[in-house]
Design a protein around this ligand. Structure first.
Ligand code: ADP
Ligand code: MG
Length: 747
């Protein structure tokens, strides 16, 4: 098969010899000529797992007992690490890293750009007497001051004129990346405001722990800590590096701004779960080895729906670590792609007419006693506990659906949400028929104290009937943005480029707030109405089931009928990012975060400002790139082809005299059509630039983003439409940009 394709290429190359100079044909040649690399599998993956992580095993070896205990205590209980101990830890960490070949260290953090940042410093230092030594003190471990004035800060540091510092987060272990020791850190302004995504996440996890643990005491006094667990699923595309380089839109924006759909796309569904192309498989193996070394527990890999689209998912972990691992993974994916001459596309919608990419966030709660709180069980008692967390989560999403929507809003994700392949911009919760039945029964619980008969009935027929394994495993409904899938909730609307910290912070916070309210209400019934604990819980859950009915939806989330129905139910449907983001700064949101001490008004407003500005900038960049490609690539190519046609018509005239008209009828039509498309493209670009100019003059960031969304962006479709028509008309050998079918030809 490989030989065959190589021969085809060879033929193609001979045919195209005269035009080989264009980037596109160079790219085709490179892509088709590329041999897979064939990566060796390490004998047993388990033997390399976590080898480059300063994990418990490494700490036991390199730390004193006191130091070790204090790191574990900080990880488990969030206790502070003494400065003297920090000196010991840093020495041990340095020794470990140096024995593994490290030369540098960095504080690794996640600024509000959503990606990761690092500044490397060498361990190497000179002493007063000119000796060279390897040094890394506790101070350098615990706190650093990166020159970070160019990170987005939403005005926080301008206002306070404060610098930022990074501080060690012992809950996420240090790791060795290449020859650099990376220390996961938070990034905070000297005035105390968080300048990163991690700090609010850590705060939300702590608040959730406290709230969820106090509720767990109703059921089991031994529960002293509850963690949120996250298992993300990363979707991505692979295209050949040479193809990507031939397209300025992919290079600069991560997606194709024009390009006609291929005659064969994903219609036949022959890629989904099909055999993985050899080159891609080699890439995955190499990637997975890197992940294993770094302690990222990658587990599944498979083809996705679209050609060249794949997915990778790990075993779930504690949410903070899982977020770090996802950020790290995206970085590793890009680096490994270089080795394999691939470009990995994380964009939510790289290709028109082909499925986009998401990053499902599977979320649950787990106790220190090893119980998954969102997993139904055999005993009615456990199931009442399950229902408590299950219903509280649904209620939380019901009360804060708009904030949930805002947590996944981005210019990229706008292309995906509401398109026919991804969840709609309306947040709803899917739970499946068995649990729907259970909640319907709960709704009938008597108001006030329950009779012994009713209690028995509930225990036997409602709570007791929730099976351990839900048969209609809710995966059947892929159209829901937030689905219960047997033992966890799956937030599916998250985009593939997203930093999971943002949606996870929202989910943790709203569930924490909900559990606090639940505890208060149940305690009030117990204290004031002298109800039994179980009666009180049933009474409050009944109210929640009633109050959150509108958010539950079991039908087709892609259908138009749901849009209408959702509107009736009063659910928000914020289709564009500027609209959706507003919920981030609503008074309701500010009250929520301030009450829980997760973010202050300043921190919330700063994040909003950054998001809104980023949106406008993204659309601005896309507009510029599209205008450039259309004017510098597409129009000149169309004119070149038109000139050939004109020459042809002239030639026919020379030979046939007045008979040429009949013979050149179709050519003439083509010549005119090309002119029409060129005119439309040019007009579109001129008008788009006018709108950009107007938008740039708007000083309010919010209004500017809205202008980019409503006034500038609509021209993209117009310009693209005419460019794509030209792609179909113009001689293939002249076309300068890699075509859809060519980008999808990885074998
Ligand atoms: P899917 O059909 O969606 O691929 P899987 O069972 O393969 O479902 O799981 C998908 C993801 O859910 C994986 O990343 C897995 O780690 C995660 N997951 C499973 N259990 C939990 C849990 N208790 N908490 C968080 N994530 C979980
Ligand atoms: Mg899934």
């Amino acid at each position: 098969m490989y030989v065959k394709s190589y021969f085809c290429t060879f033929k193609l190359l001979i045919l195209k010899r005269n035009y080989m100079s264009t980037l596109r044909f160079q790219a085709i040649k490179e892509t088709l000529g590329r041999e897979p690399i064939h990566v060796e599998e390490p004998a047993r993956r388990s033997t390399i797992f976590g080898k480059n992580v300063f994990n418990e095993a490494a700490m036991r070896q390199f730390l004193t007992k006191d130091s070790y205990n204090s790191v574990i205590d900080a990880t488990v209980n969030g206790s502070k690490i003494d400065r003297n101990i920090a000196d010991h830890i840093s020495t041990g960490m340095k020794e470990w890293a140096i024995t593994k070949g490290a030369t540098h260290y960095t504080h690794w953090f996640q600024p509000l750009t959503g990606s990761t940042a690092e500044k490397h410093d060498a361990f190497f230092e000179t002493t007063d007497d000119g000796q060279a030594i390897e040094k890394f003190g506790g101070g350098q471990l615990v706190q650093q001051e990166p020159d970070a004035s160019s990170f987005p800060n939403g005005g926080i540091r301008n206002t306070f004129e404060a610098r930022g510092y990074t501080a060690w987060d012992p809950t996420s272990p240090a790791f060795l990346y290449g020859t650099t020791l990376c220390i996961p850190t938070v990034f905070v302004a000297y005035t105390g405001e968080a300048l990163d995504n991690k700090t609010p996440l850590l705060r939300s996890l702590q608040v959730l722990d406290t709230a969820a643990t106090s509720v767990a005491k109703y059921f089991d006094k031994n529960v002293t800590k509850i963690i949120a667990t996250l298992g993300w699923e990363q979707e991505y595309f692979l295209i050949d590096k040479a193809m990507a380089t031939s397209r300025p839109d992919i290079s600069l924006t991560g997606r194709t701004l024009l390009g006609h759909e291929s005659a064969k796309g994903q219609q036949l569904d022959d890629h989904y779960f099909g055999s993985i192309p050899t080159r891609a498989l080699d890439y995955m193996r190499d990637l997975e080895t890197e992940c294993m070394l770094l302690g990222i527990p990658v587990k599944t890999r498979h083809n996705e729906v679209a050609p060249n689209q794949f997915e990778l998912a790990p075993i779930f972990e504690e949410a903070n670590l899982a977020v770090d691992h996802n950020s790290l993974l995206m970085d590793i994916m890009e680096k490994v792609a270089e080795r394999h001459h691939f470009k990995v596309l994380f964009h939510e919608k790289p290709f028109k007419g082909i499925n986009g990419s998401g990053k499902h966030n599977n979320w649950s709660l787990s106790t220190n006693t090893g119980v998954n709180l969102l997993s139904p069980s055999k005993t009615p008692k456990r199931n009442l506990q399950f229902l408590t967390y299950f219903i509280n989560t649904i209620k939380a999403v019901n009360d804060h659906e708009e904030l949930m929507r805002s947590s996944i809003a981005s210019a990229n994700n706008d292309h995906r949400l509401g398109a026919n392949e991804a969840p709609p911009a309306i947040i709803s919760v899917f739970i499946g028929s068995q649990l729907t039945k259970a909640l319907d029964e709960l709704e009938k619980v008597t108001n006030g104290k329950l009779s012994p008969e009713e209690k028995t009935d509930l225990k036997l027929n409602v709570v007791g009937k929730i099976p351990e394994i839900l048969l209609d495993n809710t995966d059947r409904n892929r159209t829901s943005p937030f689905a219960f899938t047997g033992n966890k909730f799956e937030f599916r609307a998250v985009g593939s480029t997203a930093n999971c910290a943002t949606p996870m912070t929202v989910l943790n916070s709203i569930v924490a707030k909900q559990l606090i309210d639940f505890k208060k209400s149940v305690d009030a019934l117990i204290d004031k109405k002298k109800m039994k604990k179980d009666d009180a819980i049933f009474n409050i859950l009944r109210e929640y089931v009633k109050d959150s009915k509108r958010i539950r939806f079991e039908g087709d989330g892609y259908g138009e009928a749901w849009e209408k129905e959702a509107k009736k139910r009063g659910l928000s449907n914020n289709k564009s990012t500027p609209e959706a983001l507003k919920a981030k700064v609503s008074e309701k949101t500010i009250a929520l975060y301030e009450e829980l001490n997760i973010m202050s008004r300043v921190e919330i407003e700063a994040r909003y400002e950054i998001k809104v500005e980023e949106y406008a900038m993204r659309i601005q960049i896309e507009g510029r790139v599209l205008g450039d490609i259309a004017r510098n690539h597409v129009i000149p190519t169309a004119i070149k082809y038109q000139n050939r046609l004109i020459k042809n018509v002239q030639g026919l005239k020379d030979i046939y005299g007045s008979g040429f008209k009949k013979l050149s009828k179709e050519q003439m039509k083509l010549i005119e059509k090309i002119s029409e498309h060129i005119e439309k493209i040019n007009m579109g670009i001129t008008d788009m630039i006018e709108e950009r100019k107007k938008a740039n003059k708007i000083s309010s960031l919010e209004k500017r983003a809205a202008a980019y969304c409503d006034k500038v962006k609509p021209y993209f479709d117009v310009i693209r439409y005419h460019c794509d028509k030209l792609e179909l008309l113009v001689d293939d050998e002249l076309w300068p940009l890699a075509k859809y079918r060519e980008m999808m030809m990885i074998k």
